[in-house]
Design a protein around this ligand. Structure first.
Ligand code: ZN
Ligand code: ZN
Length: 452
């Protein structure tokens, strides 16, 4: 008898198999146990499937050509499915039956080039440039109802074209995009999924928005491993406060580094930065016996000019989705906007790090943490509206949270947890005070927080 598995059953079976692998319940010959290595990835980016500028092939090639090992093309509110459709994030052409008939037998998203009747990011010059780069056969075009439509290559065709074993991996997913009633943006990535669900814009508070999205995701996607990340809390203007993640202890990952959105961000020196946000949440979690919040780096790339200033390195046994997810969830990863670790080890007590030096220094290593008995008081600062920023209530916390416990000049250092440390994390960075290096692009890398 042949046993047919549904896709969901298959995914569940593979998840169980990989969990068994990780727990060592399966045994293979010596050769089958690869040594873990660092893989470079980005799980947050956009292309013309939503509002990123390049066509899908150009976006994927951008990362593969520059040495990224894995990516998730996480477009806004849509998975890159092969079903024939015309509406996508920010692009809603009016389609008559006659126009639809012109696409008989076709698959995937056909997006019209921007015109007086459709507002979107697909400018004619983008399509011309894509034809130049990919060749006329690489860009499928059709005319209908006086509009020019371009076919967006679906995820599975991109996988066929780009994925190579142990060289390049593509993970499906999307960015659950929207805002609360008062327009505060609360974005979250679902990574490892091939479906989406509608964003609820009737919710008033970010904490509830995250809670509902997390719960709905668990309902829909919970049969197989996937990742949920809380994205760019600073954007557009301190829209998500630390209490939103203190109130959602099940959320394990947030975006510490997002250099796509930080470019036009109106930062204020007197308010929190993502690192402080992180420490506030983790001081609370560590004191309340919750799992610590992990920090991820990404570039949330929309415009593909310029270099990338945000990625995550994950230490996994192989370049495969479940192995990466297991390593990420276990916190075996770090966020970077320019530097790398040569050594990153925590033995349960001592955190030992060494910078992988590619350019002459000077370098510094800060061990950052929070002590037991810290002052948990939160002061809400009312920030008044300006011409470019909305009014905002911003949560501010004591300097005892996320304090520098030890700072070392050089490229190698270690820190042993003291009995009164709630957790410790390390930050490596270039120590020269170049005023041209802005706060978010100054080369650095961040370990996860560790506790005894
Ligand atoms: Zn976003
Ligand atoms: Zn995004």
């Amino acid at each position: 008898m042949i046993a047919y598995l549904t896709r969901r059953d298959f995914l569940r079976a593979s998840a169980i198999a990989s969990a068994a692998l990780l727990s060592g319940k399966f045994s293979f010959g010596q050769d089958a146990a690869p040594k873990p290595r660092w893989y470079k990835g980005n799980l947050h980016m956009h292309n013309q499937w939503s509002d990123g500028l390049p066509l899908p092939e150009q976006a994927v090639a951008w990362y593969k050509d520059r040495g990224w090992d894995f990516i998730c093309p996480s477009d806004h509110n849509g998975f890159q499915s092969a079903d024939l459709h015309f509406t996508s994030f920010g692009s809603k052409p009016k389609m008559t039956d006659e126009m639809i008939a012109a696409f008989e037998g076709e698959t995937s998203l056909w997006k019209p080039i921007k015109n007086p009747n459709v507002e979107n990011k697909l400018e004619r010059e983008i399509v011309d440039k894509a034809i130049e780069e990919l060749g006329a056969a690489g860009v499928k075009i059709k005319e209908a109802g006086g509009m020019t439509f371009v076919r967006m290559t679906p995820f599975d065709e991109l996988v066929e074209k780009f994925v190579e074993e142990e060289k390049f991996l593509m993970i499906p997913g999307y960015e659950h995009t929207g805002n609360c009633v008062d327009k505060r943006a609360v974005h979250m990535n679902f990574i490892g999924v091939r479906e989406t669900f509608p964003y609820n814009k009737k919710i008033e508070e970010p904490v509830d928005q995250i809670r509902e999205s997390y719960a709905q995701g668990k309902d829909r996607f919970g049969g197989a491993p996937y990742l949920f990340t809380a994205n760019h809390p600073m954007w557009r203007f301190y829209d998500v406060n630390p209490s939103a993640l203190m109130g959602n202890p099940a959320v394990r990952i947030f975006e510490l580094i997002n250099n796509g959105i930080h470019k036009d961000f109106k930062r204020r020196n007197d308010l929190w930065e993502p690192e402080k946000f992180w420490d506030v949440v983790n001081a609370w979690r560590a004191s309340n016996d919750q799992e610590l919040l992990l920090g991820m780096g990404s570039d949330d790339r929309h415009d593909y000019s310029g270099e990338s200033k945000g990625w995550t390195k994950v230490r996994a046994e192989r370049l495969e989705q479940n192995a990466l997810f297991a390593a990420i969830t276990a916190g075996d990863m770090y966020a970077s906007n320019g530097l790398d670790f040569e050594t990153l080890e925590f033995d349960g007590k001592t955190l030992n790090v060494k910078i992988d030096v590619k350019e002459e220094g000077p370098y510094k290593i800060d061990f950052v943490g929070t002590k037991k008995g810290y002052d948990p008081a939160c002061k809400v600062v009312q920030v008044e509206e300006t011409e470019t920023t909305p009014d905002r209530k911003v949560e501010m916390y004591s300097d005892e949270i996320g304090a520098v416990l030890e700072s070392v000049d050089g490229v190698e250092a270690s820190y042993t947890l003291k009995p009164d440390d709630l957790y410790v994390r390390a930050k490596i960075y270039r120590a020269d005070d170049d005023p041209n290096l802005r706060w978010k692009t100054k080369p650095a890398a961040w370990t996860q927080p560790y506790r005894a």
